[in-house]
Design a protein around this ligand. Structure first.
Ligand SMILES: Nc1ncnc2c1ncn2[C@@H]1O[C@H](COP(=O)(O)OP(=O)(O)OP(=O)(O)O)[C@@H](O)[C@H]1O
Ligand SMILES: [Mg+2]
Length: 221
């Protein structure tokens, strides 16, 4: 299914690219601008399809079969490394507060990396210039707590109950440039629940947001 959904869209992007490159004849600036917007919207749709496919993969329960002992510090480090350019672009400092090694938990490395990456990219995207994102990790007998805290725009109390819903996004006139599909957190929640974990959020409008995740230490053979 993946391929059938994606290939027409990829072709559309290539056609747009071919036209706007000017290789098929000179095009006026306003037309070029519209083409650019078409291309951006096509990218959005492609991201949505990818997210949607991820979600059905997680829901199908295939994740549980792939769980092996993993080091969460390593998972976080990889997610952070990939998001460092985005953080620099937005003048956001990422602060790590965790031991180099924590006892392993059983999980799926790539899905957990995606879950952390969704939360950290939100923490960067919905932050303020020169803000920061603090990521901490704490081990306990029952499992590992991960907290991701930002100094960003925050979430109004009336919106908090909905942020894990599919396609939910806060509409704001103050931040018209913040785009997304509203699937990131719903995927994250599904991944954490597939690991028998929990995810919680606390936020203050205009001050910042903290996501706290718990991943239980289940039996490792
Ligand atoms: N750290 C945060 N600070 C402020 N608002 C946030 C934060 N994280 C999430 N939100 C709000 O919750 C909504 C849902 O987040 P989610 O990650 O699911 O979707 P998104 O970021 O809009 O799109 P994408 O699918 O690209 O991630 C966001 O649109 C935003 O309004
Ligand atoms: Mg997001």
């Amino acid at each position: 299914v993946t391929h059938q959904l994606k290939s027409p869209l990829v072709a559309i992007r290539q056609y747009i690219e071919a036209i706007s490159s000017g290789a098929m004849g000179e095009i006026p600036a306003p037309v070029k601008e519209v083409l650019e917007r078409c291309s951006e919207r096509a990218d959005e749709l492609l991201k949505m399809i990818n997210d949607w496919l991820d979600m059905s993969r997680i829901e199908s329960g295939k994740l549980a079969e792939k769980m092996v002992p993993i080091n969460l510090a390593e998972v976080l480090d990889e997610a952070i490394e990939e998001l460092q350019p985005l953080a620099e672009e937005n003048a956001i400092e990422i602060i790590r507060m965790y031991p180099e090694r924590v006892p392993p938990i059983k999980g799926d490395f790539d899905s957990l990396k995606q879950a952390f990456s969704n939360i950290i990219s939100n923490a960067i995207k919905y932050n303020k210039p020169n803000g920061s994102v603090t990521i901490s990790l704490r081990d306990s007998d029952e499992g590992v707590f991960i907290s991701i805290s930002d100094t960003g725009i925050g979430i109004a109390e009336e919106n908090l109950p909905y942020i894990f819903d599919e396609f939910f996004r806060v509409r704001s006139k103050e931040h018209p440039k913040l785009t997304g599909s509203g699937l990131g957190l719903s995927i994250t929640k599904k991944i954490i629940e597939a690991h028998s974990g929990r995810i919680e959020v606390e936020s203050r409008l205009g001050e910042g947001t903290t996501f706290t995740l718990f991943l239980p230490r289940r039996e490792i053979e």
